[in-house]
Design a protein around this ligand. Structure first.
Ligand SMILES: C[S@@+](CC[C@H](N)C(=O)[O-])C[C@H]1O[C@@H](n2cnc3c(N)ncnc32)[C@H](O)[C@@H]1O
Length: 247
């Protein structure tokens, strides 16, 4: 019998697992990397790492949350994926990589000082000429403050062991430095009982121009910008690609 999934993993799967619009780009970057492993920073329950692993790439998946890292390790059985349950800000893997990915706006979870720390650490893990590709959310700061129901996507839904998990974004609250994305999570049992909770994720505002200039100060030269169009459920994003220059 399969072990029961932890709620943290299920919610992560519900809210992130269904997004696939960026996968073709990560595969394309992986295909053009020199032979060698790819780092997936903030790998979560494995959406990107597993896709790359299934496509034959070696991946080092870095994830802070122990339950997500454990679920990913179980799912990666038989694939060339090493899971590191560590804080990316303190990562010392002792080797260099041709490609490092930070998908799905994970970079915007960090305060500017922590973001600088992550960029420094990742620059230390890249081969010369190696690339760091970072996804940024489309501009949230252009949204009107408060509830913006007309712009909100439809709920993410998943059924696990007879329980329906539904996560509905209900507000984007725009602040001067960051925007808070508020979701109502509902867990509906077969007997119709509903458990409801609110989850808030804060994304720091960060433009592609700012990120490229932060990269340049660390010897990371901008080499590409790619756009991922919006989908019915997810806003558009820009992927900034930075390349480690020779010292
Ligand atoms: C938005 S989710 C993205 C998950 C996955 N990359 C995807 O695209 O589906 C961000 C992930 O980054 C992880 N994370 C946050 N801070 C981290 C840190 N300091 N080091 C490693 N992982 C971190 C979170 O636990 C979460 O799983």
């Amino acid at each position: 019998m399969k072990p029961r999934l932890e709620d943290e993993v299920i919610w992560h799967d519900v809210e992130c697992g269904g997004y696939s619009a960026d996968l073709a780009l990560w595969r394309e970057l992986a295909a053009s990397a020199n032979a060698g492993a790819i780092i997936d920073v903030g790998a979560g329950s494995g959406r990107v790492a597993l896709d790359l692993g299934l496509n034959g790439y070696e991946v080092v998946a870095v994830e802070l949350e122990p339950k997500l890292a454990a679920a990913l390790a179980a799912r990666a059985d038989g694939l060339n994926i090493a899971v590191e349950n560590i804080d990316a800000r303190k990562m010392t893997l002792g080797r260099r990589f041709p490609l490092c990915l930070i998908p799905m706006q994970t970079i915007q979870l960090f305060e500017p000082a922590d973001r600088k720390k992550i960029l420094e650490v990742l620059a230390d893990h890249l081969e010369v000429g190696g690339r760091l590709a970072i996804a940024l959310a489309g501009p949230l700061e252009g949204f009107d403050p408060g509830l913006v129901a007309g712009l909100l996507p439809i709920p993410d839904l998943r059924e696990v062991d007879g329980i329906v998990y539904a996560s509905q974004p209900v507000a984007v609250r725009v602040g001067p430095q960051a925007s808070a994305i508020e979701r109502v999570r509902r867990r509906v049992s077969v007997d119709g009982s509903v458990q409801e909770s609110v989850d808030v994720v804060e994304l720091h505002h960060l433009s592609a121009d700012e990120l490229e200039s932060e990269g340049l100060s660390l010897g990371l030269t901008p080499c590409q910008r790619r756009e991922i169009p919006e989908t019915d459920e997810h806003i558009a994003s820009t992927v900034v690609v930075l390349q480690l220059s020779p010292a």
